[in-house]
Write a protein that binds this ligand. Structure first.
Ligand SMILES: Cc1cc2nc3c(=O)[nH]c(=O)nc-3n(C[C@H](O)[C@H](O)[C@H](O)COP(=O)(O)OP(=O)(O)OC[C@H]3O[C@@H](n4cnc5c(N)ncnc54)[C@H](O)[C@@H]3O)c2cc1C
Length: 439
């Protein structure tokens, strides 16, 4: 059960006569304290934290703030004391500053960069709400990450440090996160759409019975309602849907790595740290960690980390087309990737697929060869710094996002490009060597 906010001396009281049943108060209540009964809003005094958001939202002026002990007072009594209620109401309208929380994901003490990307976006959202961006850090011996969270923009870090949280397991991480949410009532909670983030976000949202939008590609605050606008592809990626979570809190969203830009790191930043105990012991946890083994990083292809991606689609015509791509990738120090059509044909493995059902990438250079530019592909690569597209169809949609377009046949252009790049690099190496000898 949520605890009363420290210092919350008042709670909402709704006049049944004045209530018009619009449910606006239900929508904005961050603790779920207001429900509808017979078309009229009613307050559960135990859940109300006195934030006053319902007072501000009510179009019929049917809600006012009153001392906690007067919560059950009859409407007639309440109406007889408007002057007494006026001051707490004004104070409560200011309420505690809304908080945007970002879950800090880490493995073996190594943070997932999506956590910092989300802090950058979280800061923007918090500014639009007039609130704060906070990190949620669970783990064991994670104090170095507290500092990092501040460097990437957190105003506050909520942390639970306990040996039970040493390696990610759903149950203790869920327990710790719920405990923090129920005590501090964040307005918004963001997690990376990674294996860990997806697992935890689903469990938290289900436990709190709140809404969760997965794989968002855009997040913003509606200036009127102050609700989180969560945009993501829908209907197979053919439309972009903006989803609102009006009635429950926190509003939860996951975002894939590389979708949001990385904020600048500022070494001088610091902030408030709030430590809480976990309140669970190893015996309470059903899942036991028997062995922990790391994948050999040299066997893992991470196209999402590459600075240069040389990507091919159906227009490459077959595996021999991908050999041309591989030659170019080797010449310029790039990594090979591709569209889903190329994966479906078996020309490249799924781990190299870019797009909605593949990876989201943000390289410095994305070379799209024989790729039409279907929306499901574009959502995975359109934020790349420079996009060069080669396609024989001048009307291919890929040219709509390309920095530079080449209309022509990949089988002619790629070998010429590879030759030109090799010649250029050879020349550069030769002049560097000559300069070295001259020194
Ligand atoms: C739910 C859902 C999820 C999806 N997820 C993804 C995803 O994650 N990633 C993804 O990529 N797709 C995804 N798709 C599929 C997507 O809709 C497209 O079908 C796919 O991206 C097309 O791949 P392509 O551009 O390689 O092939 P095509 O659309 O067939 O385009 C081939 C292009 O190559 C050009 N071409 C042909 N020959 C040559 C040549 N010799 N020289 C130069 N150009 C040539 C053609 O003009 C054409 O533009 C998804 C679809 C759905 C419904």
């Amino acid at each position: 059960m949520p605890e009363q906010q420290p210092g919350a001396s008042s709670i909402a009281v709704i006049s049944r006569d004045a209530c018009i049943g619009c449910e606006q108060c239900v929508a904005v209540c961050p603790t779920g304290a207001i429900t509808m009964e017979d078309g009229t809003a009613v307050v559960n005094a135990e859940l109300c934290d006195g934030c006053g958001q319902c007072v501000a939202a009510c179009p019929a002026s049917a809600i006012e703030m009153s001392g906690g002990e007067q919560a059950e007072a009859a409407p007639a009594e309440k109406e007889a004391q408007p002057a007494a209620a006026a001051e707490p109401a004004a104070a409560a309208k200011a309420g505690p500053a809304p908080e945007v929380w970002v879950f800090v994901e880490h493995t073996d003490g190594q943070p997932a960069t999506v956590s910092w990307e989300l802090l950058g976006k979280g800061k923007e959202l918090a500014q639009a709400l007039g609130g704060k961006v906070c990190s949620v850090l669970l783990g064991h011996e994670v104090s170095p990450l507290v500092k990092e969270a501040f460097c990437y923009g957190a105003d506050k870090v909520y942390t639970i440090d306990d040996p039970v949280l040493g390696h990610y397991r759903t149950q203790p991480y869920l327990h710790g996160t719920i405990k923090l949410v129920e005590k501090y009532h964040p307005e918004i909670m963001l997690l990376g759409a990674t294996t860990m983030g997806r697992d935890l976000a689903g469990a938290v949202a289900t436990s709190l019975q709140t809404g969760l939008t997965a794989d968002c590609t855009g997040l913003s605050i509606d200036p009127q309602s102050k609700l989180l606008e969560q945009t993501r592809p829908a209907y197979g990626g053919n439309i972009m849907a903006t989803i609102l979570c009006e009635k429950r809190r926190p509003q939860m969203a996951t975002v894939r790595p590389r979708v949001m830009p990385m904020p600048e790191r500022d070494e001088s930043r610091t902030g408030e740290v709030i430590e809480e105990p976990l309140g669970l012991s190893e015996e309470d946890i059903a899942v036991k960690l028997v062995e922990y083994a790391r994948e050999d990083p040299s066997h893992v292809v991470r196209i999402e980390d590459a600075d240069i991606l040389v990507s091919g689609g159906r227009g490459m015509g077959g595996p021999e087309g991908f050999e041309l791509l591989q030659e170019l990738a080797e010449a310029i120090g790039g990594t090979m990737s591709g569209s889903r059509a190329a994966v479906d044909q078996g020309w490249i493995p799924h781990e190299r697929q870019v797009g909605q059902t593949g990876k989201t990438v943000r390289p410095k250079l994305y070379l799209a060869c024989g790729i039409s530019g279907a929306v499901q592909h574009l959502v995975g690569m359109q934020t790349s710094d420079v996009i060069i597209a080669i396609n024989r169809d001048p009307n291919a949609p890929i040219f709509g996002v390309a920095t530079l377009g080449i209309v022509g046949d990949v089988r002619d252009i790629l070998p010429a490009l590879t030759r030109a790049c090799r010649a250029r690099l050879k020349k550069e190496h030769a002049s560097e060597a000559a300069a070295g000898e001259g020194e």
